[in-house]
Design a protein around this ligand. Structure first.
Ligand code: UD1
Ligand code: CA
Length: 454
């Protein structure tokens, strides 16, 4: 147990997002902003994390679960008022409290660590993380006295035109002596342009009390981007995408065109895998080594084994073995499990089915609700007929079956091991092992009849 605590501010509605979804739940690279913030904090030596929730409280709690404790801010009266809600949990504790906004998803743990260390070295009661913005509009400005010491933060709406020229901004991340924080919060008033209780006012209050207040400047403004609207959301997405892609490239993944490659924050990719342009890898996807993924593939919450290729295909909630080829133009829908050395070719859809090792479904097939063994060949255009309009039924295809082209396998049905289905069959009854199943009308040739038709 350390005596470092964190408060995450996440109660605002986020009016400027113009959204039904609460601001801090908007995803950046597939993960809600506030979750990025909480997970970053978790990597530090913090003993308690308290998230202040208000708008969408239940949804935020559902998202973060056990990663945090929660306090409710019933009315959003400002960031100082938000921190006060954590009083019941934190105010009696000796220690240091980090405060971070739930809408600054890019701040790195290393930066928070550096802020904390600076705060300790300065023996400060409050240290504010600042950055220099190319365009500071919308942010609180950091005012410093003639000695360069921070004296005050002034919000955009309260700033004089002269103050608005200041480019050093408050990033919304702070480090406080915990007791000094809760004492100073009592003195914050709401006499300002927005009629809100501003957390940054604590800086001025402590400074006027003669306490040491300090600032630590983050060298990289991009890291401190605050997401208040969808324009900033897109900027955050772009910055985080680049960061994630760089991490994978440094770990040995080739990304042919990082600009057109989107990889979720939680995805893992093995070495020497090549990601081709136009690929989107989402959720908790795990991709092995030496794979070729893309171009234009979308893989969601799935596992892909080593040396597998996925080209121009969509894979959702599925798992694919090693040395397997998927696509081009294949669709693996949820709960599909492919073994090793499998081939799923063009215009093949697989849903809620398992396919054993060395099985091939190479062209124009639908395999749904099926258990397919190993070394099975499903011919072009063959499909499982799994749905009667009300219920779904299962197809079982045992090992070493050969399904001729354009067969309909009307479920529930079973094809025994080693059986052979003649092309064009509509199979409605079980085919015993090693049998030939043929279910089509016989061909008749009427000699010379074609001439009469012409
Ligand atoms: C805030 C800072 C500003 C800083 C900027 C950095 C204040 C008054 N201003 O401005 O100096 O430059 O962040 O991004 O703090 N929240 C609550 N309860 C409330 C109000 C807000 O929990 O009553 C939460 C919001 O959900 C959000 C965070 O606090 O996650 C910041 O609030 P927001 O309204 O975005 O503040 P900014 O105007 O961006
Ligand atoms: Ca903000």
């Amino acid at each position: 147990m350390t005596n470092i605590f964190a408060v995450i501010l996440a109660a605002g509605q986020g009016t400027r997002m113009k959204s039904k979804l609460y601001k801090v739940l908007h995803p950046v690279c597939g993960k809600p902003m506030v979750e990025h913030v909480v997970e970053n904090i978790q990597t530090l030596d913090v003993s308690r994390i308290v998230t202040v929730v208000g708008h969408g409280a239940e949804k935020v709690k559902d998202q973060l679960g056990e990663k945090s404790e929660y306090v409710i801010q019933q009315e959003q009266l400002g960031t100082a008022h938000a921190v006060i809600q954590a009083e019941s949990i934190l105010s009696s504790l000796e220690g240091t409290t980090l405060v971070v906004c739930g809408d600054t998803p890019l701040i790195q743990p290393e930066t928070m660590k550096a802020l904390y260390e600076h705060h300790n070295n300065q023996k400060a009661k409050a240290t504010i993380l600042t950055a220099v913005a190319g365009n500071p509009t919308g942010y609180g400005r950091v005012l410093r006295d003639e000695n360069g010491q921070v004296s005050q933060i002034v919000e955009q709406k309260d700033a004089t035109p002269e103050q608005q020229l200041v480019t050093e901004i408050n990033t919304g991340t702070y480090c406080f002596d915990n007791k000094a924080l809760f004492e100073a919060l009592k003195l914050v008033n709401n006499e300002n342009a927005q009629g809100e209780y501003y957390l940054p006012d604590v800086i001025e209050i402590l400074q006027k009390q003669g306490e040491i207040v300090s600032a630590y400047t983050c060298a990289n403004f991009d890291e401190t981007l605050g997401v208040n609207d969808r324009v900033a959301l897109a900027q955050a997405e772009e910055l985080m995408r680049a960061r994630i892609n760089e991490k994978h490239m440094r770990n040995g993944v080739t990304i042919i065109n990082p600009m057109s490659t989107h990889i979720s924050a939680d995805a893992q990719i093995g070495r020497d895998t090549v990601i081709k342009p136009g690929t989107i890898i989402e959720g908790h996807t795990v991709i092995g080594e030496d794979c070729i993924i893309g171009p234009n593939s979308n893989i969601v919450n799935s596992r892909v084994g080593d040396r597998t290729t996925v080209s121009n295909s969509v894979v959702t909630d599925s798992s694919i073995g090693e040395d397997t080829a998927v696509g081009p133009f294949a669709h693996l829908r949820p709960e599909s499990q492919l073994g090793n050395h499998v081939k799923i070719g063009n215009f093949v859809e697989v849903k809620k089915s398992t396919l054993g090792d060395d099985t091939k479904v190479s062209h124009l097939s639908y395999i749904g609700d099926a258990e397919v063994g190993s070394n099975v060949n499903v011919g072009c255009g063959s499909i499982t007929v799994n749905y009667d309009g009300k219920n779904k039924f299962k197809t079982i295809i045992e090992d070493d079956v050969f399904v001729g082209c354009n067969s309909n396998l009307v479920a529930p049905v079973k094809l025994g091991a080693g059986s052979f289905i003649a092309a064009g069959s509509t199979i409605t009854k079980e085919v015993p092992a090693d049998a030939l199943g043929i279910a089509r009308s016989r061909q008749e040739n009427k000699l010379d009849y074609a001439k009469k038709l012409k």
